[in-house]
Design a protein around this ligand. Structure first.
Ligand code: NAD
Length: 482
């Protein structure tokens, strides 16, 4: 029996006895199992979170005490970092260098950053004009938050949501993706060890059905979701029953612009890693490259050579740069995207196939480069979430901006140039939540993260996250000389 549900401080199995296997994407072997939460389990988790919201152990805790608990979570993550990184690599597939140096430490930094916020969540006095009246604002917890996590960076994404939610005094129900539940189970153990009271953090493992039950639930006040745009739209519809608050971090198709004056070698390195990092399974991955027509051949040739030299293998191998995709279904999806690009007439300049030989049992796909791509091809428009790099060329800046913005997505964009004017002009004109100039698409807890258009609603990280996890209350005192 898989006891991976954590409800009101107790680890339990599913009330129906249902469970599912968890696989290692590097070889398809079963590495664990998790409970399939039923509607009854979810009702219980919601009741536990609701009860904990008003229980004195959480409601009366001081901001300084909350801060200390969150800081302790960060310390415990660091103390267990080697074990957590290995588990994340086994479950997600990412190279150990990514899990050990970025994912796990990044999660710890989120807890520290939001630990600092606990004692700094302020209201304001308002300069009202009603004679004799005084008005001030308070920021209060939204209430019970459902936090729904994808499979590409499970541990860190869980931290992006749990840390600010708790810093603001909410209670939470976390649902990791069905493909990658293992490190979230460990994170909940760590939260408990750090002193989070029973019922404040609850965990339900399961698939889309469990997600639906949460988003439709009248006992939930807010959903914070990271995942695909398609599911994001479903969540908006499902949440309308009680008009719960919804924040959405969704898909992307980030354009990367390589200007005529760019340092091409730096651009090749940055764009290659900006695409293949975590095997392309990054929402902000650079995934359509607009190169000045004077530099396009040089860029494509160097990208193809550099991509062919990347070491592909199981994430636990220390020299691996490119791990597997996360699941057989996702591998099939990436393969089908590549096939469609070839059929549409794009020119394959490297890669293009799933791995053969000793990697054939895992979900590996070669880094794949296309030239001769036109704006209307699906490879230039749809999110692939794999190591696929379509290269397009441009001649004119105005035309380029219109083409880069002709997308339903607007999560991130990159600009490679030595000219400050070009950098600032493009940064202002490209429609995206985050613009990177001459750098990789990295998140930081202090910088707001989120998308324009169909890439989402709201922002995570930074002071904006505090606004998203609180309600604003206005308080009037006296006035009107009654
Ligand atoms: P997904 O949308 O399929 O699943 C994400 C989560 O939602 C999982 O936990 C899943 O079980 C749950 N879910 C599925 N259907 C649901 C439903 N109907 N109601 C409620 N929950 C449901 O996404 P994925 O394939 O796991 O992740 C990849 C996607 O996530 C990509 O589109 C990627 O761009 C996006 N993503 C975005 C960000 C960001 O910050 N913007 C970060 C990482 C990933």
């Amino acid at each position: 029996m898989s006891k991976t549900l954590f409800i009101d401080g107790e680890w339990t199995a599913s009330s129906t006895g249902g469970s599912f296997d968890v696989l290692n994407p590097a070889d398809g072997e079963i590495i664990g199992s998790a409970a399939e939460a039923s509607t009854k389990d979810i009702d219980e988790a919601v009741a536990a979170a609701r009860g904990a919201l008003s229980a004195k152990e959480w409601r009366d805790i001081t901001p300084a005490q909350r801060a200390r608990i969150l800081w302790r979570v960060a310390d415990l993550i660091e103390a267990n970092a080697d074990e957590l990184a290995r588990l994340e690599t086994l479950d997600q597939g990412q190279p150990l260098g990514v899990s050990r140096n970025l994912n796990i430490p990044g999660a710890a930094e989120h807890f520290r950053y939001f630990a600092g916020w606990c004692t700094k969540i302020e209201g304001a006095t308002s300069p009202v004009s009603i004679p004799g009246a005084f008005h001030y604002t308070r920021r209060e917890p939204v209430g019970v938050c459902a936090l729904i996590i994808p499979w590409n960076f499970p541990f860190m994404t869980a931290a992006w949501k749990i840390a600010p939610a708790l810093a603001c005094g909410n209670t939470v129900i976390v649902k990791p993706a069905e493909q990658t539940p293992l490190t979230t189970v460990r994170l909940v153990e760590i939260l408990t060890e750090a002193g989070i009271p029973a019922g404040v953090v609850n965990l339900v493992t399961g698939g889309p059905e469990a997600g639906r039950a949460l988003t439709e639930h009248a006992g939930i006040d807010k959903v914070s979701f990271t995942g695909s745009t398609e599911v994001g739209k479903e969540i908006v519809r499902a949440s309308s029953g009680n008009l719960k608050r919804v924040t959405l971090e969704l898909g992307g198709k980030s354009p990367s612009i390589i200007a005529r004056d760019a340092d091409i070698d730096a651009a090749v390195q940055g764009n290659l890693m900006g695409n293949v990092f975590n095997s392309g399974q990054v929402c902000a991955a650079y995934s359509r490259f607009y190169v000045d027509s004077a530099r396009v051949d040089e860029f494509a040739e160097k990208m193809a050579t550099a991509a062919a030299s990347l070491k592909m293998g199981p994430g636990l191998n220390p020299d691996t740069v490119l791990g597997p995709l996360n699941s057989a279904e996702h591998l099939a999806r990436v393969e089908s995207h590549v096939k469609r690009a070839v059929e549409a007439g794009a020119e394959l300049r490297g890669g293009g196939s799933r791995a053969q030989g000793e990697l054939a049992n895992g979900y590996f796909f070669e880094p794949t480069i296309f030239t001769g791509v036109t704006d209307s091809m699906a490879v230039a428009r749809e999110e692939i979430f794999g190591p696929v790099m379509p290269i397009l060329s441009y001649d004119d800046a105005d035309e380029l901006v219109a083409r880069a913005n002709d997308s339903d997505f607007g999560l991130a964009a990159a600009i490679w140039t030595k000219d400050l004017n070009t950098a600032h002009e493009m940064a202002a004109r490209i429609q995206a939540g985050t613009i990177y100039v001459n750098m990789l698409p990295a998140p930081d807890p202090a910088a707001p993260w989120g998308g324009y258009k169909s890439s989402g609603w709201g922002r995570e990280m930074g002071p904006q996250a505090i606004e998203e996890y609180t309600e604003l209350k206005g308080v009037w005192i006296g006035g009107l000389n009654l």
